[in-house]
Design a protein around this ligand. Structure first.
Ligand SMILES: Nc1ncnc2c1ncn2[C@@H]1O[C@H](COP(=O)(O)OP(=O)(O)OP(=O)(O)O)[C@@H](O)[C@H]1O
Ligand SMILES: [Mg+2]
Length: 377
């Protein structure tokens, strides 16, 4: 006889979550329950990533099912991470926490779209692309913010030529600095990067969270996040902290970068954030004295082919050119400095595609309010 769902629920109501001292059924953490003969499968939705707790709860669930229902039952548990659950559960945890949650929810309430610019590998041009995307989109008349979350190596102050410190409102909120039409905030405005080098992951992520809460973004059509390189815990926490509308992944064409870009795409897949597409940077080299030549020094179409393979949109390629580097170094992104140059045109086309892809995404899925974030390892 097939095991009944109600029997499973009753067995799992004997398993306590150690943090909330309530059982998994009362907390509403068991989802997608399926039973067939002796096979039971469900998703255990945890409010945050915690491998140790996940494996303990998995074991406890299995034990409860075998003890209360059938010792031969086969239990298949998927761990899902649902951040909004954390708010729900911790909502009972006192006024301070409630206020903190309210504060977090309000942070980006005036922001319509949040786009992360990520890569697996460092130095592939994320910040360059993020800066040019932000300026290009602002040039279309949209209100755009850019948040540089790279605490170890913030590049946005240099790329925008900003050396001043931001103002603070009477409510102790940070006012973004407006440059080239973009409202900017960088970790580099506030944190001494030499000191930040010794910060550990949790310090970085809590600084980013605080940052999100303490900036007076106001109304924005787009907020672009320049992420630190990699796909580790820091990046994962950032993308889980912010209600992302979508992400773009930057890669150069060679295999070592593509392997990491693949990890980047997978990271967003895990947390249910749509990948708007892949951008191929440094796609080919164009010498300044022979602008008609293209040298595919890192291989040809690597990122384009990866996009095809992963079935995500390809958003375009940017050549490796001296004027891209020079304009970044001198504080005026090329789409502002020389928008009609070949590189400027490529970057503006990419920004256009990002906006279009986002519009389609919003039409299909509705405007972003809060994305439920799930990790299915
Ligand atoms: N298409 C390009 N042509 C020429 N130079 C480029 C191009 N893209 C980026 N660069 C240069 O390469 C260097 C690294 O770029 P950038 O800082 O944008 O990379 P990143 O991925 O943000 O690096 P990190 O991983 O350290 O954050 C910079 O000096 C930048 O000016
Ligand atoms: Mg960078």
């Amino acid at each position: 006889m097939s095991i009944h769902k109600e029997e499973v629920k009753s067995a799992l109501s004997q398993v306590l979550h150690p943090t909330y001292s309530k059982d998994l059924i009362t907390l509403g953490l068991v989802q997608d329950l399926i039973t067939q003969d002796k096979y039971i499968s469900f998703t255990l939705e945890l409010p945050k990533k915690d491998d140790q707790l996940a494996s303990k709860l998995k074991k406890d669930c299995e034990k409860a099912v075998k003890k209360f229902i059938d010792p031969e039952a086969v239990v298949d548990i998927t761990i899902g991470i649902n951040i909004s659950k954390q708010r729900e559960l911790e909502g009972n945890g006192g006024d301070d926490q409630q206020q903190q949650q309210k504060k977090e929810q309000q942070v980006l309430s005036g922001v319509k779209n949040v786009i992360a610019v990520a890569s697996g590998k460092g130095g592939v041009g994320k910040s360059t692309i993020a800066a040019n995307l932000a300026v290009s989109i602002a040039q279309t008349g949209a209100k755009v913010g850019l948040l540089d979350t790279d605490i170890y190596g913030p590049s946005i102050p240099t790329m925008f030529g900003v050396s001043e410190r931001p103002n603070i409102t009477t409510q102790k909120k940070l006012v973004p600095i407006k440059k080239h039409g973009v409202h900017l905030v960088s970790m580099g405005f506030l944190v001494d990067t030499d000191q930040a080098m010794i910060w550990r992951g949790p310090m970085v992520t809590s600084a980013v969270k605080q940052f999100m809460q303490e900036v007076e973004w106001g109304e924005l059509d787009y907020l672009i996040l320049d992420l630190p390189p990699g796909t580790g815990d820091i990046q994962l926490t950032i993308v889980q902290t912010v209600p992302l509308t979508g992400a773009v992944v930057v890669s150069t064409p060679q295999n070592v970068a593509l392997d990491d870009a693949r990890k980047g795409v997978a990271m967003f897949g895990k947390v249910n954030v749509p990948v708007l597409g892949i951008i191929e940077n440094m796609a080919y080299f164009v010498p300044e004295d022979m602008p008609e030549k293209k040298y595919y020094i890192f291989g040809k179409h690597g990122a384009r082919n990866l996009a095809k393979k992963l079935e995500v949109p390809f958003l375009g390629e940017v050549p490796l050119r001296d004027n891209v580097r020079k304009t970044s170094d001198s504080g005026t992104p090329i789409v502002a400095d020389d928008p009609t140059s070949a590189s400027g045109i490529c970057l503006k086309e990419i920004a256009n595609r990002v906006q279009q892809t986002l519009a389609i995404r919003n039409k299909e899925q509705g405007e972003t309010e809060k994305i439920d974030i799930k990790i299915r390892p």
